[in-house]
Design a protein. Sequence first.
Length: 488
Amino acid sequence: MDAEHTEVLIVGAGPTGLVLAIDLARRGIPHRLVERSGRTFPGSRGSGIQPRTLEMFDDLGVVDAVLADSAPIKPMQIWDGRRRGGVRPLAEPAADSPGIPYRTPRLLPQWRTVEILRARLEELGGSVEFDTELTGFHQDADGVTATLGTGATVRARYLVATDGGRSTVRKALGVPFEGNDVASGGAIVADLVLDGPDADAFDTDHWHMWPRAEGGLVGINQLPGAASKQTIIIFEDPDHDLDIERDATPEALGRLLTERTGHRLAVREVHWASVYRPRVAMAERFRVGQVLLAGDAAHVHPPSGGQGLNTSVQDAYNLGWKLEAVLRRGADDTLLDTYDEERRGIAGGVLGLSQRVFRADRADGGLSVRGPETHQLTLGYRGGALSREARRGPDLAADALTAGDRAPDADGVLFDSFRGPHFTLLIVGDEPAPEAVPEWVRVCRVAAEGYVKEAYGPGVFVIRPDGYVGLAADDAAGVADYLRVVGG
């Protein structure tokens, strides 16, 4: 049988795979997105969406749907058995700044995020191939030949594995996945319908927490747009061998919630449940030849801090424009090595943050406040191969915008220019533009005044399609050389 051809084969239709497919679709890059299950993810697991991810969703055309269906992260109502305690915030907003359009982390069940992303992909002419499992692959210098459970053989220039923490692609590559457990016991997260005499005791305006419950923390939360409640149960006993068939039944969860909370509760229905042991782990490398790892296939996080889904979709956002540069504009294939460099650096730092938040939770009874460091707005690629700081003036202040940093907005003025799959040549002030600019670069000139002057200062900046400053210079002299590196 002759092989079917595409340019990028994406394995796994979770949020990471869908974001990559959307980005490739809007760039006109032929791709296939295959998913071994018969439907998209049904649970609420990755429900926290950070401000930086909202900026990405803005660029991809889904932020309005996300904001309409999500809600700000709720404060915590603390309980001690049946007795209410105080109310505490769970997440702080980002700074009130013209450069930050989305200040508040949001809650949205992962199943709804996936629905929104899938609908956007279909608007762009793409689709998910369900019930289609990758059964094998081999690669050579020119691409990857993959076999699917449908019997088809697919030839692709690149294969991107977004197939989760138990990634079959990563295992087939033999890439080490090093990490450690961050808790002695396990956990259950479930979407369920509560019943019983006290089922109405919990309002929908708070995340209800029993941090000192015997046996481990319990949390009950009504997520926006969901008929069920998300329940998180931590097991401090390292010898408790969690089993989903035994411990996540309606009967078992009803008994456990009654024992831990002191309320008379039953579980009428379990819509979805997962048992797991909180851990951190990261692949030794994110690229092996023509195969790239992204999302949970490359790194896994504990649920604390709301970092896992956000870090994962940002992997795809970093990779999409680089694939286009190689496949369409003749950029050297080594550009994809910067995906490995940049995203492994970010993932390693975020995994450290996730561990610190998890430990602070345990030290504080499960109640530490998620601060600005969790918003992902300060993450960047300073010092990386694609970050060129070429300004020759006096030394920059420690907090000054630098090549590799996230490019801030200015009351919507700049993000309107950045939005889209292009690069942006931002000229702040009166510096002349280059004589010739490629069609995939949009020129934006703004006056060196107000917040723009404060945030950027006068100069010439190349803004990458994923919203980071690639080049910062006094004039346009080095722009053409930089664009040859990133765009061919």
